[in-house]
Design a protein around this ligand. Sequence first.
Ligand code: ATP
Ligand code: MG
Length: 429
Amino acid sequence: MSQTLQSVRGMNDILPDEAEFWELFEDTVRSWLKSYGYRPIRMPIVEPTPLFKRAIGEVTDIVEKEMYSFEDSLNGEQLTLRPEGTAGCVRAVIQHNLAAQQPRRLYYIGQMFRHERPQKGRYRQFHQVGVESFGFTGPDIDAEMILMGARLWADLGLDGIELQINSLGQPDERAQHRAALIAYFEERAELLDEDAKRRLYTNPLRILDTKNPAMQEMCAAAPKLIDYLGPESLAHFEGVQRVLRDAGVPFTINPRLVRGLDYYNLTVFEWVTDKLGAQGTVCAGGRYDGLVEQLGGKSTPACGFAMGVERLVALIRESGGEPAAPAPDVYLVHQGDDASRLAFRVAEGLRDQGIDVLLHCGGGSFKSQMKKADASGATFAVIIGDDEAATGEAQLKPLREGSGEQKKMKVDGLAEAIIGQLIDLEEEE
Ligand code: ATP
Ligand code: MG
């Protein structure tokens, strides 16, 4: 026997019970986005590798070691499965000149790929909801994007997700801080791990983002970027905080919040829970005013965030959220040639009236079909045998308490009878 094939490590199937949960989650997310004026955009999953190198930065975890990159065997082009959505979204905005006339609010939901060590809350294929805005300069949009998070957690029935914010200032302010940071780390070179040593002169800010416990204390005492911000950057940061305070959204300023991607400036933020172990960040983002120009577009201010769907779904489950498994209104039981032909017609006719029908497929006795009808959770069984078929009739059998008595009736009257009783049931609930 040949070996059975398995999914790729860290890339999961999402089975129907789970997938239904995901769809409910996505419904909530879509109506939430719509209520803030965001419109969908769908980008390819594969992009040219140089896009990510330029957007995310060469000296980042993602580009150094997490990308699934390959050569197109037909034309030799270097391609990568997207590790995040912002780069592709910016590329699309530039390519289609989307932000030229008016500011844009855009979102996407989809797979991302990173070659990481799989563990709870960290996968090689995972999903993000990405939200991006283009063409807004002021702190108002940053603040609104943060407020959006607070509303979504409420819509999803989640609490205890804490907000951390920071400001990364502008490139010249970062340059001054960077010099101070390098000097600080040079004096403590014996405490640096391999990653940190490698990044010392390329990307010292990222050393602060380390997960190495041995370096935490040293990083906590390192020079803080906020002390290097000029008046404009500080005013922007203050503007964001004012909206948050007005809205009553609590936050903490975390000076070590630097984000794993190079493109951010000014506001950065993360929403973090302590209920998911080490992988507690469920949403992260910030401003990235330089990226559009850096990727060849006309200078356009921008701001965005991404949420990890797996982590949020896990959190909803953790908090006891469980959607009811959807059941059909009708399970259609039929036996005999004439009965089966009529059953197809009846099923389509009921669906025309908006009734959900599970048509029994695969034959079998009435008894075994009725067992399946019960197990389906349907409100009614509609039963058609050749006797019924001969007279154009069917049995309507309620399967749940309170949905009435079994009746024989003309098939033309079924929809009305079913809808009437469904309405009665709904009123009782
Ligand atoms: P982390 O520090 O956890 O590695 P990150 O800074 O790499 O996160 P982002 O690139 O900001 O993450 O992605 C935004 C969100 O996407 C994260 O906050 C998280 O919820 C989710 N996410 C990132 N990587 C993964 C992954 N490998 N598996 C599942 N979710 C992920
Ligand atoms: Mg990461």
